[in-house]
Design a protein around this ligand. Structure first.
Ligand code: KIV
Ligand code: ZN
Length: 516
């Protein structure tokens, strides 16, 4: 494994991922994700977009203070105020990076920036120079790079490197390129730009045509040595290249992709579950590497093959990505010590007050549910993490349902420490529950998605409900789990409302850009 074949992993779950509609995370959730990425061996954590809001700034700043190994990076548009704010946010980092970008494609320059190419060129130099005054680790991205005219692209890349950029990212912003084309693009730029050997090249691919991972790996074959990616592939529109997929592709097919990363792949499953829990974005069942069916063998022929030799149908072991065999873990007689041990085994590190709450909830669950599986504990703890800062909390719920309507629900909530009760009818029990919430917390949000699935098997399995709400241009998703589907529904709806409250406090930066 030579150093020239080392591919640096730049994770943008907390920036591009969090930017995607509905994926809002709270401050504490971002810290938790950053810690998990750092432990996994991610080289660079793009922690946010500091100018976007006070919340984004605080998150980048605290991640910069806490991160032990990774470089902590903030995003900045091509504006001095963005770069100055970003520099301030990453200041406490042991190693900090400023990532500044501007569009270079004809369509973006003409319609989005409404700027002439010469002006854009001038800004590239000015912004990279500004960023270099703060740190010697500066990344420059040519937004919509794959639709940029080659001569102009090479001119800008050369100037950015000359001004001090140490990483050059050529993003496929709109997920338009193909593997062959992206390979040739990197080859061409590296050959034509005279100072290209003074920077590391980076890929950043979106998945609009389902080719983000293939394109990223093609870019690496073309000479890039940084991959920008996200856990579970979350990100703008169809998402970004999935970290777990690019990492495992290089590991499993090292014969044809002879590159290596510093990622501890056994931490992948935990990180995937954490990101799914805090964003409430379910992972597709058949998703590569981290989907719940990724290592499941249902058909008789496959099971027969697996029993004879696992390599018949498995190209990597579940253990290699941190999948543990589901086990019957605990019951109502299990004590605190066993619970803490189980949490450690599942990869959780909870603060003592969170641990106490989680243990109380585990005991309550064990009283109601005969078998408590790993998945039950994960759902319980993930909910504990996701709801720790909630302002609106469910205190109690009772519902009268049955063949004769209308169905009725009575709900008690704690809203900022104040108790409120309401009783409502509905067209079905879920409708009655949601009507109670609307009466107690008046809001204009639209219910865009309501989905229920069982966490494990059996009629006493916990129901996991996902709810997506939208209000004006804001979309949020949340999950709730409980053996009672109606309680899980109420928790999910309230979780989404709590996220909307956070989102309302944030402002959205304009698309681009202010002159320096
Ligand atoms: O997709 C994109 O072009 C981006 C840039 C900010 C790198 O996310
Ligand atoms: Zn992007």
């Amino acid at each position: 494994m030579s150093e020239k074949d080392r591919v640096v992993i730049f994770d943008t779950t907390l920036r591009d991922g969090e930017q995607s509609p509905g994926a809002t995370m709270t401050h504490e959730e971002k810290l938790e994700v950053a810690e998990s990425l750092d432990q996994m061996g991610v080289d660079i954590i793009e922690a946010g977009f500091p100018i976007a809001s006070e919340g984004d700034f605080q998150a980048v700043n605290e991640i910069a203070q806490r991160t032990k190994n990774a470089v902590v990076c903030g995003l900045a548009r091509a504006a001095f105020k963005d770069i100055d704010r970003c520099a301030e946010a990453i200041k406490p980092a042991r190693r900090g990076r400023i990532h500044t970008f501007i569009s270079t494609s004809p369509v973006h320059m003409k319609w989005k920036l409404q700027m002439e190419p010469d002006k854009v060129f001038e800004m590239v130099v000015a912004q990279v120079t500004r960023a270099r005054n703060y740190t010697d680790d500066v990344e420059w991205s040519c937004e919509d790079g794959t639709r940029t005219e080659p001569d102009f692209l090479c001119r800008c890349v050369e100037a950015a490197i000359k001004a001090g950029a140490t990483t050059i990212n050529i993003p496929d912003t709109v997920g338009y390129t193909t593997p062959e084309e992206y390979f040739s693009l990197f080859k061409m730029v590296r050959e034509r730009v005279p100072n290209s050997d003074q920077a590391r090249f980076s890929v950043h691919c979106h998945d609009d045509l389902g080719m983000a991972v293939a394109n990223s790996l093609a870019g690496v074959r073309g000479g890039a040595r940084q991959i920008e990616c996200t856990i579970n592939g979350i990100g703008e529109r169809a998402g970004n290249a999935a970290l777990e997929e690019v990492v495992m592709a290089m590991k499993v097919r090292n014969d044809v992709l002879p590159y290596w990363t510093g990622i501890d792949a056994t931490r992948i499953t935990r990180a995937s579950k954490l990101v799914s829990a805090v964003t409430s974005f379910p992972v597709q069942y058949n998703k590569a590497i981290v989907g719940r069916n990724a290592f499941a063998h249902e058909s008789g022929i496959h099971q027969d093959g697996m029993l004879k030799h696992t390599q018949t149908y498995e190209i990597m072991t579940p253990e290699s990505v941190g999948v543990k065999q589901t086990s019957l873990v605990m019951g109502k007689h299990s004590g605190r010590h066993a619970f803490v041990h189980k949490l450690e085994e599942l990869g959780y590190q909870l603060a003592s007050n969170q641990l106490e709450d989680a243990f109380i909830r585990f005991k309550a669950l064990a009283d109601r549910k005969k078998h408590v599986y790993d998945e039950d504990i994960e759902a319980l703890v993930d909910e504990e993490i996701a709801t720790a800062q909630d302002r609106i909390k469910l205190v109690s719920l009772s519902v009268i349902a049955g063949t004769r309507g209308p169905q009725r629900a009575t709900m008690k909530l704690d809203i900022d420490g104040r108790t409120a009760i309401e009783e409502c009818e509905g067209n079905g029990p879920v409708d009655a529950v949601f009507n109670c919430i609307k009466a107690l917390v008046p809001n204009e949000a639209n219910l865009e998605l309501y989905q229920v699935h069982a966490v494990t098997q059996g009629t006493d399995a916990q129901a996991e409900v996902s709810v997506r709400l939208s209000e004006a241009d804001k979309t949020v998703t949340a999950k709730g789990a409980d053996p009672d589907t109606l309680v899980a529904s109420a928790k999910a709806y309230l979780g989404a409302l709590n996220k909307l409250v956070i989102k309302r406090q944030r402002t959205k930066p304009e698309a681009m850009t202010a002159t320096p």
